[in-house]
Design a protein around this ligand. Structure first.
Ligand SMILES: CC(C)(COP(=O)(O)OP(=O)(O)OC[C@H]1O[C@@H](n2cnc3c(N)ncnc32)[C@H](O)[C@@H]1OP(=O)(O)O)[C@@H](O)C(=O)NCCC(=O)NCCS
Length: 159
């Protein structure tokens, strides 16, 4: 894990970087313009992670919406061949640091109920089930599990 870099994506080019990563990871934004429109709003942040020894391109990303005291993780993915090597954790920790520094007290997310690996990952990072949305996802249609985790005021900053 030496030399790993987690950084904010440049909003002007983030869509071009994130779109292929999302596609490779089985996630979908529809058209890249949808992602561009989302990133035009400054409440949305994209974190990228790179490991120059492995690839010149980022190997994972996290997309979050931060509106203190609440935040939402909109998307998170690591290249399939590099899963379970701690990259997802580094992205989430970087995001938690910024959230707590900005005064976020609760973070939410939705995940497909069949996505056992992501659910295990989020439970490992302090999220708990807080709800359920019927037929929330399309292609294929599927229910969403809603997860949330809180931060104490004294958690600021996260680390
Ligand atoms: C979810 C995801 C981002 C996790 O990233 P990652 O880099 O593989 O995760 P990490 O290596 O940091 O894993 C940290 C911990 O999460 C848990 N975890 C991660 N993957 C898991 C799996 N397949 N099964 C069980 N637990 C898992 C483990 O506790 C793991 O710690 P350990 O390896 O010491 O046991 C990755 O699996 C992914 O890109 N999935 C596809 C995209 C996706 O579904 N995103 C979620 C959309 S909401």
């Amino acid at each position: 894990m030496r030399f790993v870099r987690v950084y904010h994506a440049d909003p002007r080019t983030a869509a071009e970087t994130v779109y292929p990563l999302a596609w490779l990871s089985g996630l979908s934004f529809g058209h890249p313009d949808e992602l561009r429109a989302l990133l035009d709003n400054p409440v949305h942040r994209v974190y990228l992670i790179s490991q120059p020894r492995l690839s010149r391109r980022p190997v994972g990303y996290l997309l979050a919406q931060i509106i203190p005291p609440e935040a939402e993780i909109l998307d998170l993915a690591v290249l399939p061949c590099l899963k379970r090597q701690g990259f997802g954790t580094l992205l989430l920790e970087a995001c938690f640091r910024e959230m707590t520094a900005q005064g976020v007290l609760r973070c939410y997310l939705e995940v497909r109920e069949s996505n056992v690996e992501a659910i295990a990952f989020y439970l490992r990072h302090g999220f708990k089930t807080c709800g359920f949305r019927s037929d929330y996802y399309a292609q294929p249609s599927e229910n969403a599990l809603c997860l949330s985790r809180s931060f104490e005021k004294t958690d600021t900053p996260y680390f």
